[in-house]
Design a protein around this ligand. Structure first.
Ligand SMILES: [Zn+2]
Ligand SMILES: [Zn+2]
Length: 253
């Protein structure tokens, strides 16, 4: 399984438009972060987790030729706004399978009614095939997918475990029985917004404590705000098995 971090930034991305914050002005490419998303390649299937506003750029940057599914974590705009740009994939492949909680599908249907509609569809609008995710394991072409449920302040969010890899973003709290799904991971990706605490996201300390509790072989932090600091400086302070993810980082699991 190969994982590409397509974007590792929080909702506004880094740099923030018009910002004079030193991190936003950094020349280090690792300090430039598009909105969060990962592309997982397993057995030649390409699975995208979240489809945010930078989707088009992310597909171009990584020369992605095929999209077999989009798994959604939740409906926030930084995770969903790019759906219209699946058009090139739709033209080549037909309806693109999307997987999400039924509440998230409802939100997408409202926002992108012209994509989900079956009547008087505008020629050229993309199409999707809806799949409802419940909090139970399902199979994707033989790959076992375990949804992991947690809270983002008061909003339910799904993370996903695929074999020995797990991806959890926009997390603030999680029940013990969900944590049990995350034993014996090779790679854990978890969001860590910034140093100061936040009402709906783990801060750095909370993410590190969570990693310590799960004890994966390696962990990567994502959904990073400019307020976390410069990539190279934060990276130096992390435990040896924990890294800051950065855009276009590729890992094998
Ligand atoms: Zn987010
Ligand atoms: Zn969110």
């Amino acid at each position: 399984m190969q994982v590409i971090f397509l974007g590792t930034g929080t909702s506004q991305g880094i740099p923030i438009i018009g910002s004079d914050h030193p991190v936003c002005l950094s020349d280090n490419p690792k300090d430039k972060r598009l909105r969060v998303s990962v592309l997982i390649t397993w057995n030649n299937y390409n699975i995208l987790i979240d489809c945010g506003p930078d989707f088009r750029q992310q597909m171009l940057a990584n020369n992605v030729k095929r999209l077999d599914a989009i798994f959604y974590t939740h409906e926030h705009n930084d995770h969903t706004a790019g759906l219209d740009d699946i058009r090139p994939f739709f033209f080549r492949q037909g309806d693109i399978p999307v997987y999400a909680h039924k509440r998230v599908l409802k939100a997408l249907r409202k926002r992108f009614d012209y994509i989900f509609t079956t009547e008087n569809k505008y020629p050229g609008a993309p199409g999707v095939k809806e799949n409802i995710i419940e909090n139970k394991t399902f199979s994707f072409h033989g790959l076992t997918v375990t949804p992991v449920e947690f809270m983002h302040n008061r909003l339910q969010v799904f993370g996903f475990r695929l074999e020995d890899f797990a991806y959890l973003t926009d997390i603030k709290s999680i029940e013990d029985e969900e944590v049990e799904k995350l034993n014996d991971l090779k790679v854990l990706v978890v969001s860590a917004l910034r140093v100061e605490s936040h009402h709906s996201h783990f801060n750095l300390d909370e993410a590190l404590k969570f990693i310590e509790r799960l004890n994966p072989e390696r962990a990567y932090l994502t959904h990073i705000s400019h307020m976390l600091g410069f990539h190279d400086e934060v990276e130096k302070e992390l435990p040896p098995n924990v890294h800051l993810a950065y855009d276009n980082l590729k890992i094998n699991v």
